[in-house]
Design a protein around this ligand. Structure first.
Ligand SMILES: N=c1c2ncn([C@@H]3O[C@H](COP(=O)(O)OP(=O)(O)OP(=O)(O)O)[C@@H](O)[C@H]3O)c2ncn1[C@@H]1O[C@H](COP(=O)(O)O)[C@@H](O)[C@H]1O
Length: 125
């Protein structure tokens, strides 16, 4: 009798990006038949960018649909679409030899810097 292996428990929320980065790195070199991520890498950069574009469009449509209503199903749909967008963005970074870490570093560098102040420093406005 064959038994289905139990999937590993998901990592704690703050460790998800680190754990996912490790999985994505391994999957870059996996067999396309065994892995959705590997299949994307095999299809190449243009297909990955198409997916990012599709997921961005689906995210903004879900946001429009959710609007300011407090509809739990619509809000959950928006969360799911945003997760798809973030996931495919991470695959894009991985395909180009990057990961979430420099993005997090960039957000950290910007933390506490007002967008208005940053723009004024950049444009002299
Ligand atoms: N987080 C995700 C994740 N989020 C979304 N997806 C997949 O992204 C795809 C989204 O595509 P669409 O909704 O556009 O639907 P689709 O028609 O199936 O996709 P296409 O045929 O158009 O490419 C679905 O197949 C989802 O399953 C993900 N696939 C994988 N992961 C993570 O990546 C890991 C490695 O995955 P594999 O490479 O498949 O082992 C997994 O363990 C997860 O942790």
């Amino acid at each position: 009798m064959t038994t289905t292996p139990t999937p590993p428990p998901p990592p704690a929320a703050d460790a998800v990006l680190e754990a996912l980065a490790e999985v994505l790195e391994v999957r870059r070199h996996a067999d396309a038949d065994d892995s959705y991520v590997a299949a994307l890498h095999h299809k190449g950069l243009n297909r990955i960018l198409e997916k990012v574009g599709e997921e961005a469009t689906e995210t903004l449509l879900a946001a429009k649909d959710a609007g300011y209503e407090n509809d739990a199903a619509k809000r959950q749909a928006l969360v799911a679409e945003t997760a798809d967008l973030w996931f495919h963005s991470l695959v894009m970074l991985s395909h180009l030899g990057l990961d979430h870490r420099p993005v997090m570093d960039e957000l950290a560098r910007r933390f506490g810097v007002s967008g208005h102040a940053e723009k004024a420093a950049r444009t002299g406005a």
